[in-house]
Design a protein around this ligand. Structure first.
Ligand code: HEC
Length: 400
């Protein structure tokens, strides 16, 4: 019953998290698009303090949008804020981190072959990394470095690569990936909470008090814009990480942290193309380079052909009963129609292996996760040996 209810909890939190994330990213992409498309307004608008405007058509109607240089002359009666999308995404994401990684099956986070972490130590490292990187980012954005966009981007990228490498040394690949995602998400929500919203509050206060927004307010607003630009470049990498848990081929790679760094770079670079294009600068070379880098990555991490298929003439065939025993000791507790493992209510990933015909059916995925990589058994809590993996591989090959 407990496993059943915790599956529901995980489902509901995940669902909510995705919905909130869609709302946050949707609003954020829209406003970046808006900002980049603003063009010089007619004189009568300029006199009102409007610095750019645009026209759009959507859902069967025309929209006219205008952006003020700082504030309008008078406070509008109703002013819409965009912040709960961000807060709800982060809060539900943290809850999901607890439900799945901190309180769920330890194998998602802890890999005993990398570090013998207690679950308390793992949680401390995880939460510590979120807080630590956020504090470093906040220090950097308040430093003179923030005046140089490219240098800032490079430093931030280097920090994230180091974090990715470090987490990869102590956590399972999947746990490391999700924590890098959470680190980035935390920087992004801190940008909203600690920078963008306070700047907007200062601006709104000035307008409400009929004051000319002074230099301090203008500076805050410029810094808020920079934070929002950073968030924009971080969005695609973070979305990739959030779906990466379906792809053990990436995070179970021995250099999974470097794979993540490569994908992070490629996706942020691809985003740059769209940001330029919104401003009428068309540089398709960026997309071509991003695609070429992706192909290079696919080539670079391709699995080498398994040793067994090259020189297996001398190897004894693996009997069904050997493989049955192997599944029994390493897989069946979880991968059964009715798992005995307390953390699972149904066969994980829909893969039940109670029967050898089922094993043959899932041949390719099993090879990828338990022979080519060490993703399975989860966290290797059962201590599956290399010899056993090779045996499983040979049986899978023979079953073709
Ligand atoms: C402690 C529980 C547990 C054990 C033991 C375990 N698995 Fe898994 N397995 C899981 C979970 C949980 C998932 C889903 C992971 C995910 O969502 O990425 C999974 C996913 C898989 C997948 C699908 C991977 C994919 O690409 O979607 C395969 C194949 C698999 N396991 C095979 C095995 C084999 C073979 C063994 C034994 C050698 C094994 N597992 C042992 C929990 C376990």
């Amino acid at each position: 019953m407990e496993a059943y209810l915790s599956e529901w909890l995980s489902l509901l939190v995940r669902w909510f998290h995705v919905i909130a994330g869609v709302a946050w990213i949707g609003a954020s992409f829209y406003f970046v698009w808006l900002d980049n498309h603003l063009r010089e307004p007619p004189d009568w608008k300029k006199q009102k303090g409007i610095k750019g405007d645009l026209w759009a058509i959507h859902g069967g109607g025309f929209y006219e949008v205008a952006k003020y240089k700082l504030g309008p002359e008078q406070m509008p009666k109703e002013l819409h804020w965009f912040k709960w999308e961000a807060y709800a995404t982060w809060l539900s994401g943290m809850l999901l981190l607890f439900v799945v990684y901190y309180m769920g099956s330890p194998g998602y986070l802890i890999d005993l072959s990398k570090a013998q972490l207690s679950s308390g130590a793992a949680i401390a490292i995880g939460l510590g990394s979120l807080l630590g990187v956020m504090v470093i980012y906040e220090a950097l954005i308040r430093s003179p470095l923030s005046a140089n966009g490219k240098a800032f981007g490079l430093v931030l990228f280097a920090i994230l690569v180091v974090v990715s490498w470090g987490l990869f040394q102590v956590f399972s690949g999947r746990g490391a990936y999700i924590h890098v995602g959470a680190v980035i998400g935390t920087i992004m929500v801190a940008n909203v909470f600690l920078g963008i919203i306070p700047a907007q509050r200062a601006l709104v206060n000035a307008v409400a008090n009929n004051e000319e927004p002074g230099e301090r307010v203008a500076k805050l607003a410029a810094l808020a814009k920079l934070r929002s630009t950073h968030n924009n470049y971080l969005t695609l990498p973070v979305i990739f990480i959030m779906i990466s848990n379906h792809y053990p081929l990436l995070y179970s790679h021995p250099h999974g942290w470097a794979v993540l760094a490569a994908i992070g770079f490629i996706t942020a670079y691809a985003r740059h193309y769209f940001n330029l294009r919104h401003q009428d600068v068309n540089k398709p070379s960026i997309l071509v380079i991003a695609a070429a880098l992706t192909v290079a990555l696919i080539w670079a991490i391709a699995p080498s052909p398994p040793a067994s298929s090259t020189a297996d003439s001398g190897q004894a065939a693996v009997t069904d009963s050997t493989v049955n025993a192997l599944l029994e000791s390493h897989c069946i507790a979880c991968h059964a129609a009715e798992p005995s493992h307390p953390a699972f209510q149904a066969a994980p990933a829909g893969i039940a292996l109670d029967d050898l015909s089922l094993l043959a059916q899932h041949r390719d995925k099993v090879r990828q996760s338990a022979v080519n990589s060490h993703y399975m058994p989860l966290g290797n809590t059962t201590g599956m040996t290399e010899e056993e993996r090779a045996q499983l591989g040979r049986w899978l090959d023979a079953s073709r």
